[in-house]
Design a binder for this molecule. Sequence first.
Ligand SMILES: C[S@@+](CC[C@H](N)C(=O)[O-])C[C@H]1O[C@@H](n2cnc3c(N)ncnc32)[C@H](O)[C@@H]1O
Length: 329
Amino acid sequence: MESLLALLRAAGDPSRLRLLFLLANAELTVSEITEIMGQSQPRVSRHLRLLCDAGFLERMKEGAWVFYRATDRDDAGQLSRAFATLINPDRDLILKDDLKRLAQVREARARQAARYFAANAAQWEKIRALHVPETEVESSVLRLLRHARLDQVLDAGTGTGRILELLSPHLRRGIGIDSSPEMLAIARDRLAKAGILNCQVRRGDVYRLPFADATAEDGFDAVIFHQVLHFLDDPQAVIREAGRVLRGGGRILIADFAPHLLEFLRNDYAHRRLGFSNAEVESWFRTAGLKPTTMESFAAPSAVQGLSVVIWVGELIAVPRARESGAAA
Ligand SMILES: C[S@@+](CC[C@H](N)C(=O)[O-])C[C@H]1O[C@@H](n2cnc3c(N)ncnc32)[C@H](O)[C@@H]1O
């Protein structure tokens, strides 16, 4: 009872409840929270500290930025989920405003990233090759995916369509989704020039995939995020969304960076996150109902210090019952 009371005391304040509500909906930095709540930074930091100490929040320091999000573990996780269901923003003007400003902050970020991709679409292949030991990663992607059924595959954040090109001989139908028309134009051109007929790309948002819920039997066999998640403000939400369109036994493959400290990638390359730890990726998988099955890492090439690539694979253990009557992708 003592620990429950301590949790309730920590949450029992209007600003801290607002914070819990916000951080159950998004992963945010202190300056973003300050902007959304309209409170001074010291005040916000004090509330954040209290909530972190109580176990309600996870704090991730990455270079000059610190991200906060509500935990989904232990009693604190259960309690914040209960708060989230009890709180109705439609009945509370302050929370409604917080959500409106959260949407504005997200839109501003998305516009910034879109400007970057529009400006860099043509030279993306060069940037891509700079970042990673490409051929090694690609052959692992192939090896890890092709031993199981690849009837329908989704390349989320397909960019110039390279991953679809790589996988096309091994799959029946490939779909690439991207939010950037400039990137999609290059991807279409690439697929057409290579004579690839079993893959297509279309405009879409990885937060709201344009597909119905998958069922145990019907849906995507694999969803791939190749160098996409570090641009996004809520990778966990994106993995949950990808899980929604996976058939039972389907897999999510993520290729991204291991944690690093190359702060300039934020300013010059629009990265939001400086890589991900195994623990973080595995917790996304588990939250989405997937079992982490594989982790392979590729040490940084000497020319680009400090950027190691990791491939993580998770497998959907079972499609939730509620989905079993739904339509397929
Ligand atoms: C770094 S590129 C990687 C492209 C490709 N996967 C590759 O490895 O070459 C990231 C891509 O994610 C796309 N992207 C970013 N945010 C997105 C979103 N919310 N929905 C869909 N695509 C998004 C960008 O437009 C960009 O093409």
